[in-house]
Design a protein around this ligand. Structure first.
Ligand SMILES: NC(=O)c1ccc[n+]([C@@H]2O[C@H](COP(=O)([O-])OP(=O)(O)OC[C@H]3O[C@@H](n4cnc5c(N)ncnc54)[C@H](OP(=O)(O)O)[C@@H]3O)[C@@H](O)[C@H]2O)c1
Length: 284
């Protein structure tokens, strides 16, 4: 087993399940210190135990993080920063689809979890990323972003009542993940920190939990495994040949073109400004 990531610190969100779990394990096996950030210690504990049992010496730890609460995002970032460690890689992996709920600040749950919370977390962790030899931000987006033909900003507005949010909202948040990586790359142009967004493949994870039986087992039968889903995240997080490349989109460990909207720098900048304003507007 290679231990080429010895000494590197990786923080990954949503690592108790699916692609995130497989990515955390693949990095820990190579010697990285992996901080598994999630909203449930109860769900993450057994995962930590299994990884440690399968790979003695694996340096995995839990960090409480609920992306749907700014207070939780700020507390998680503060806890990590207080550890004084540089952050080599932040993997924004956590995500969901098909909800009818609001975040603590009143954003739609899909937007809050998939884009707004990760945007805030990334901004707060930048000092630690900048103190690493070559920090990286990896956004687990999706080819679902290609389904968006017109940008829509209403998901960044706070609501008083939750509304059903389905495939379109999900696709919009995944486009936002692509644009966030792009805008951040521009902003970090004079630093060593690089950014990436990616499509992990179509993976039989828990993300399909809201799809009813018997459609779900039939659908997932034709999908790839979680460890196959971890390949492109691991590639973006570690490939030495990507150290000087930033803001691009990957699929199957290859640099590919995102949709026209996903490659629009003005749109990326607009997303940045609007998301900052949405966060500031809450006062939280
Ligand atoms: N599966 C696919 O085919 C596919 C395709 C393209 C892109 N993706 C992307 O891949 C990423 C990982 O998804 P997955 O397929 O591995 O799904 P998954 O098995 O459902 O895992 C999602 C993870 O996100 C976490 N999460 C959800 N809400 C959270 C919150 N408020 N705070 C912190 N963590 C939260 C979940 O924690 P809990 O267990 O506590 O809910 C879970 O650990 C997502 O960004 C998804 O959009 C997946």
């Amino acid at each position: 087993v290679p231990d080429d990531l010895q000494g590197r610190v990786v923080l990954i969100t949503g690592a108790n399940s699916g692609i995130g779990r497989a990515t955390a394990e693949a990095l820990a096996v190579r010697g990285a210190q992996v901080v598994m950030a999630g909203r449930s210690e109860e769900k993450t504990r057994p995962v930590l135990d299994e990884i440690r049992a399968a790979h003695p010496g694996a340096a995995v730890e839990f960090l409480p993080l609920d992306l749907a609460s700014f207070a939780s995002v700020r507390a998680a970032a503060a806890t990590f920063l207080a550890s004084g460690r540089p952050l080599d890689v932040l993997i924004n992996n956590a995500g969901l689809a098909g909800t009818r709920r609001l975040t603590a600040e009143g954003f739609d749950m899909t937007y809050g979890t998939n884009h707004i919370g990760p945007f805030l977390l990334t901004s707060l962790l930048l000092p630690a990323l900048q103190s690493a030899p070559q920090g990286r931000v990896v956004n687990v987006a999706s080819d679902a972003h290609r389904g968006v033909k017109h940008m829509e900003w209403s998901g960044l507005d706070r609501r008083t009542e939750p509304a059903r949010s389905g495939w379109r909202a999900y696709a919009l948040t995944k486009l936002m993940n692509v644009l966030h990586a792009r805008a951040l790359a521009h902003r970090l142009g004079d630093t060593r920190v690089t950014t990436y967004s990616l499509h992990p493949g179509v993976i039989a994870s828990n993300i399909w939990r809201s799809v009813p039986w018997p459609i779900r087992p039939l659908m997932t039968l034709f999908m790839q495994s979680n460890s196959e889903g971890a390949r492109t995240p691991v590639y973006c997080a570690t490939a030495p040949e990507l150290a000087a490349i930033s803001g691009r989109y990957y699929d199957h460990e290859h640099d590919v073109r995102p949709s026209a909207l996903g490659a629009d720098d003005a749109l990326a900048e607009e997303l940045w400004v609007r998301t900052e304003a949405a966060i500031a507007g809450t006062g939280a």
